[in-house]
Write a protein of this length. Structure first.
Length: 348
């Protein structure tokens, strides 16, 4: 199947899931009506049974509708958006949102209240406005294409956007954030790699969360990207009952290194509405990072970070920044101390 055929054959309704597994689709309907559902055939085939680490990442769960007081825009991104497609929170780097959709909707997504909705859609005109903003912001050296998933755009569109960014003299490097190597490795075609190879230095951060995602197809996709000269990194989110285990994380980090992908960040879960059932206490995250030392090459140990909701920026979870744990997490950021919930909210 080509990548477009994979997308066209994706699972998008609870009824389709019930056709494969002995489950009741009824409770899932309300969740799928609130947050989009899309599972590519490739990713679907990785599910072994309901409730396993792949299932938990992609199948709607009632926990998403639990009443919580978490914000919809968990990173206060809108406060740092000079134009709708740009998030400019650090002086030297900025995000450019180019696609509002993904090849699979992660149930824990920080932007789950916006991705895949009609409102989260970036027209050509809006992307042009973003590129113009970046071309007039000489302090921006590093532009990160994100969304949604930028690789959902067609090759021609990507080529056009990358070419225009590449021509901006003060933009020294471009990054792409994409989960395609995980959920739709077929998207990483030789043709796409030929296009990408023209925009060095080009970094691509992908998003593997579990060793079972490290398939032959994904390894081949990463090899094509690396052979095209891209520098590959991985951002993992620490997720309850998915990867909150030192053994799982060791296997993931070792497997990524074998695939020429460097573990970059281990993200403490953001505070986005509908994700509280995925929270892992920071104590556990610290144990997992400690468990990697001695077991994984230093090259393969990601930095454990939290991105507080006020837009303070990412903070490494290290002793000097951790002022308190327990029921509430207290973190020292560049803009003062922030407090975050530190316990999973169990769903009734
Ligand atoms: C994470 C992030 C970046 C990139 O941060 P790095 O630490 O350089 O990878 C840039 N802008 C925003 C808004 C971010 O959230
Ligand atoms: S691929 Fe990224 S942006 Fe898309 S749903 Fe998953 S976490 Fe969110």
């Amino acid at each position: 199947m080509t990548w477009k055929q994979q997308l066209a054959n994706s699972i998008t309704t609870p009824e389709q899931l019930a056709g494969h597994f002995d489950i009741d689709p009824e409770p899932m309907r309300a969740v799928a009506a609130r947050y989009p559902l899309l599972i590519t055939p490739h990713y679907f085939n990785l599910i072994e049974k309901p409730g396993d680490p792949i299932w938990r990442q992609c199948v709607p769960d009632l926990g998403e509708l639990a009443v919580d007081d978490l914000p919809e825009d968990s990173l206060n991104e809108q406060a740092f958006a000079p134009v709708p497609t740009v998030v400019h929170r650090y002086p030297d780097r900025a995000l450019l949102m180019v696609s509002g959709q993904c090849a699979g909707y992660c149930r824990f997504c920080t932007r789950k209240n916006r991705v895949g909705t009609r409102a989260f859609c970036f027209s050509r005109a809006k992307i042009d406005e973003g590129i113009t903003y970046l071309s007039e912001a000489p302090e921006v050296r590093d532009v990160i294409l994100t969304g949604g998933d930028p690789l959902l755009l067609n090759d021609d569109r990507l080529d056009d956007i990358l070419s225009r960014l590449y021509r901006i003299p003060h933009v020294e490097m471009i990054r792409i954030g994409s989960r395609m190597p995980v959920t739709l490795p077929h998207r990483i075609t030789p043709q796409l790699c030929r296009i990408l190879s023209r925009f060095q230095p080009l970094y691509l951060n992908t998003h593997f969360n579990h060793p079972r995602e490290l398939t032959i197809e994904s390894a081949a996709a990463c090899a094509r990207l690396a052979d095209a000269g891209l520098v590959l990194g991985n951002q993992t989110v620490l997720l309850n009952d998915v990867n909150d285990d030192p053994g799982v994380m060791i296997e993931l980090c070792r497997g990524l290194l074998k695939m020429r992908v460097r573990p970059y960040y281990l993200h403490h879960l953001d505070q986005a509405r509908g994700t509280a059932h995925f929270r892992v206490p920071v104590e556990r995250g610290l144990e997992i990072i400690a468990g990697l030392r001695g077991q994984v090459s230093g090259l393969g140990i990601p930095q454990y970070v939290v991105d507080p909701p006020g837009g303070e920026g990412k903070v490494p979870l290290q002793p000097e920044n951790l002022l308190g744990m327990g029921g509430i997490l207290r973190v020292q950021t560049a803009r003062g101390v922030v407090e975050l919930p530190n316990r999973r909210r169990d769903v009734v």
